[in-house]
Design a protein around this ligand. Structure first.
Ligand code: SAH
Ligand code: SF4
Length: 384
């Protein structure tokens, strides 16, 4: 059987030319698929076959070939129609086993990364939503690669499934869209993935966070969806001149418009908003930056996550020192903001979210303290 499976109209289809994989079709799509396999084999299949397939994929987390309740004659054709999307290329473990990072190879040879982080109180998976990113934030390793393509819904969902398989008894409770790519630039497939994580894998919407650089129409659309997921906005600057420079999409959606969209999200969903702020030495870690940030975040009731910038080969700046990070947090809080310093995880395996697919060649030229020896700006980060 080589016929591509039907994907129901409620599921965003995979990007052009890409064959659907096992987590692409939604429940209705699986129904159609099983009926087609029945037709091809000349037997009308009872509807509980779909339940068994669904149970295998979303409860037992196995492929059709391993769904033991299905007759053997069905497993083969279904497995042919529903191949896995991800092949493990590299797997790195850090923090005494508490952080696992995967480099996955996709069917077309693209590479993406996923990180699983175990904490005492929860286990979080950080997923990618695109291969590369078109948003061009200069400090970001993914931005330095440029954009290749969107991920399909199945490619996003399977990252969580594979992390859950790895986690075993430690249930994956949280998913953050903070890996490679801008999720709101791949809105339909990202949202279909959120629905799948919530409706089929059983994750609480309150434990799913979409991180965006500030794609205002996407933020407004999220507010209409009726699932109370969390929104994280990567702010990094609270004045338009600096933000235009750090985060080019700010030229299209400046801070005032962004604040309006964020307010709408908070009012409609009742969920707390958070701002991400990567502290860059002498660029956005000055006392006046703290004041602007507090004044921007306070009226929105936003929580601020501070993290020192991770060095990337293509950006000639460095992260703020720990003392400067602490001082900045104090300044924001003294002005009535609500800032905490984010725990950094997986730094020894380059698993920091937002700079996932590290260029192995460039990684080799980093100094042992993680600083960048050749501060030449521009695109050096591509490993394609
Ligand atoms: N595109 C989305 C989600 C992926 S990036 C977004 O921008 O929000 C995830 C997070 O990592 C963002 O907050 C991003 O600003 C941050 N990030 C990117 N590069 C970084 C770096 N070099 N150091 C620290 N954080 C970085
Ligand atoms: Fe894209 Fe986010 Fe990186 Fe900006 S920070 S380039 S939006 S992945």
């Amino acid at each position: 059987m080589t016929r591509p499976p039907a994907v129901s109209p409620t599921t965003a289809s995979p990007p052009g030319g890409l064959r659907p994989s096992r987590y692409d079709p939604d429940r209705a799509g699986l129904d159609v698929l099983v009926a087609e396999v029945g037709e091809a084999t000349g037997t009308a299949l009872p509807s509980y076959r779909v339940d068994q397939l669904w149970q295998g994929l979303y409860r037992d987390l196995v492929g059709p070939e391993d769904v033991s309740t299905l007759p053997k004659a069905l497993r083969g054709p279904l497995a042919d129609l529903l191949p896995p999307a991800l092949t493990e290329d590299t797997r790195s473990v850090g923090d005494d086993g508490d952080t696992v990072k995967w480099l996955w190879r996709l069917a077309d040879g693209s590479l993406i990364e996923t990180v699983l982080m175990h904490y005492e109180e929860r286990s979080t998976v950080c997923v990618s939503s695109q291969v590369g990113c078109a948003m061009g934030c200069g400090f970001c390793a993914t931005g330095q690669m440029g954009f290749d393509r969107h991920l399909s819904t199945g490619e996003i969902v399977e990252q969580v499934v594979r992390a859950q398989v790895e986690a075993g008894d430690r249930r994956v409770s949280n998913v953050v869209f903070m890996g490679m790519g801008e999720p709101l630039a791949n809105y339909d497939r990202t949202w279909a993935a959120v629905q799948r994580l919530h409706g089929d894998l059983g994750l609480s919407a309150r434990h799913i966070t979409i991180s965006t650089v500030g794609v205002v129409p996407g933020i407004r659309r999220l507010a209409t969806e009726g699932l109370p997921i969390n929104l994280a906005v990567s702010l990094h600057a609270a004045d338009d001149d600096l933000r235009d420079e750090l985060v080019p999409i700010n030229r299209r959606y400046p801070l005032d418009e962004l604040a309006d969209a964020c307010r709408e999200h908070v009012t409609t969903t009742g969920r707390r908003l958070s701002f991400e702020w990567a502290l860059i030495h002498d660029v956005n870690d000055r006392p006046e930056d703290a004041v602007r940030l507090a004044d921007y975040a306070r009226p929105l009731g936003a929580h601020v996550n501070l993290i020192p910038l991770n060095p990337t080969p293509g950006w000639p700046t460095r992260g703020s020192s720990p003392a400067r990070v602490r001082q900045f947090a104090e300044d924001v809080n003294a002005r009535g903001g609500n800032a905490t310093i984010r725990r950094t995880r997986g730094t020894e395996i380059d698993a920091a979210c937002g700079q996932l697919r590290t260029d192995r060649t460039n990684a080799d030229i980093l100094n042992t303290d993680g600083s960048v020896p050749v501060p030449a700006p521009g695109r050096q980060g591509s490993s394609r």
